[in-house]
Design a binder for this molecule. Structure first.
Ligand code: HEM
Length: 456
């Protein structure tokens, strides 16, 4: 990638090449165009829009670290759709509004604070998994995503939201978010369509957003009427901001829905790959079960177990490589930019996709193989920091990364210490496209490994 040449125009991939691939499989299409370009910046003619596709780690680093020149423009692509759900929240904004939300929320997620949450989280997770005992003993099949969402919603509402959202409401909100991510796809694929042109899914989308408001607004009103000193997200959002700014109900609602959705949707999305992965790769399943038995035994899982669960972490890292929940985090060029040898005009949309880069042969050996060994702690890592960025990077790097990397092993170890499982249909490793990635629906029957599945 020579920087010496004068910057020119990006190669444009014509519609006759982009369209059939995008219609068939948009995710595979991004990997294909990234691969074919060898990591150079290219432009995709998608008919109604012509975004740049950026896949090279050096370019990604430049973009993600520079929030002045490469912005999350609320009017573009993904952000426009997400803004219709979360409003002006931490997840979509830039500048002062973003800074104020980030300053309020980030202190809740420092390494130390997250470590303190872990034991409470382990108890909430064990209780949620206890509740699966009876249906499991009766051999009842459950939807695998619903199962994971119950566990994650219980842990999240208990620890992050100070029990101010009930588990029942959390599961309901999660369901509405699922509708939203699915129905948003049409708007993502035709981002230039004005909102007065109805697209499939619009009505279900609007109903789901309204249903979420019905559940969260009363909680916010109660908290604002009696603001407390609590260390949960709702208390933090309802207090006056550090800069003295009084926040509106709408702003609190925006950040609350954004935090709920990022904390649950992504976690459930990634963890739901566990079952098809274990089914498809029995040797991985054997090693995982062996590690859980050795480190945790029959449980309960505790904070001290987590550093010893090295293989579990390798499996998680590999799941995040192949199915990063946040597969698409586009940016807009605020001014004219030069990236590599390519000139990018002000206002252009730039596709940034962890999914594409993390599956490109230029940056990964056998990229399509599921191989946790590539993340073995004693194996030297030679990849560029931005060839693997499931949690993004730069100032917008995910605030929940540490939390996820502690919560996920607890969930896996608690489940596997108690159950084996049987999938209702064949394991499918092809992702279902939405605002975040999820596996295809499947059912699951848990098979207790011991006489009494509850041991906590
Ligand atoms: C597997 C789990 C997760 C994945 C893959 C993930 C991925 C990401 C990615 C890629 C970004 C960057 C967005 C961008 O650059 O525009 C991000 C940002 C964010 N994530 Fe996560 N996330 C996960 C879990 C969580 C959890 C558990 C929380 C909260 C408890 C969380 C809260 C956030 C927030 C608030 C932001 C916005 C940060 C900002 O713009 O300042 N995420 N996440």
């Amino acid at each position: 990638m020579s920087q010496a040449q004068p910057a020119g125009r990006a190669r444009l991939i014509p519609l006759r090449e982009t369209l059939p691939r995008m219609l068939r499989d948009p995710l595979a299409a991004l990997v294909h165009f990234g691969h074919e370009s060898g990591g150079e910046v290219v432009r995709l003619n998608l008919g109604t829009m012509r975004p740049y596709l950026v896949t090279h780690p050096e370019h990604l680093q430049q973009i993600l670290r520079d929030t002045t020149n490469y912005i999350r423009d609320g009017e573009s692509m993904l952000w426009r759709s997400i803004r219709r759900v979360v409003g002006e929240a931490i997840l979509v904004t830039e500048g002062e509004v973003w800074e104020s939300s980030r300053d309020t929320l980030q202190p809740l997620f420092t390494k130390q604070r997250v470590e303190q949450m872990v034991d409470r989280m382990a108890v909430a997770i064990a209780e949620a998994i206890d509740a699966l005992g009876e249906p499991a003993r009766q051999g009842v099949a459950v939807d695998s995503m619903t199962l994971m969402s119950r566990i994650v919603c219980q842990a999240t509402t208990r620890v992050l939201f100070g029990r101010k959202i009930s588990v029942g409401d959390a599961v309901e909100i999660f369901g509405h978010l699922g509708t939203i991510t699915r129905t948003m796809v049409f708007r993502l694929l035709v981002p230039s369509a004005p909102y007065w042109v109805p697209l499939p899914g619009d009505r279900a989308f609007r109903k789901a957003v309204a249903a979420i408001d019905t559940l969260v607004l009363p909680i916010i009103r109660t908290e604002r009427a009696n603001p407390g000193e609590g260390d949960d997200i709702i208390a933090a959002l309802c207090r006056p901001r550090a800069n003295g700014l009084q926040v509106s109900e709408e702003q609190v609602r925006s950040d609350l829905v954004a935090m709920f959705s990022t904390a649950t949707e992504t976690t459930v999305g990634v963890l739901s790959w566990l079952w098809p992965v274990l089914e498809k790769y029995p040797e991985v399943a054997d090693r995982l079960y062996a590690e859980v038995d050795e480190v945790v035994g029959r449980g309960p899982v505790q904070r001290a177990h987590i550093p010893r669960m090295r293989y579990t972490r390798m499996v998680l890292d590999e799941m995040l490589r192949l199915w990063p929940a946040g597969w698409n985090i586009p940016r807009t060029a605020a001014e004219e930019q030069v990236l590599g040898c390519v000139r990018i005009e002000a206002g252009a949309t730039i596709l940034v996709s962890p999914y594409a880069t993390q599956r490109m042969e230029q940056f990964w050996d056998r990229p399509d193989a599921f191989d946790p060994e590539r993340f073995a702690p004693d194996r030297p890592r030679r990849e560029h920091r931005y060839s693997y960025f499931p949690f993004g990077g730069g100032p917008h790097q995910c605030v929940g990364q540490h939390l996820f990397l502690l919560e996920a092993p607890i969930i896996i170890a608690t489940l596997l210490s108690r159950y084996r499982f049987q999938l209702g249909g064949p394991a499918n490793l092809k992702a279902r496209l939405g605002a975040s990635l999820r596996p295809r629906p499947n059912t699951l029957t848990l098979l207790p490994r011991h006489d009494h599945s509850s041991v906590s």
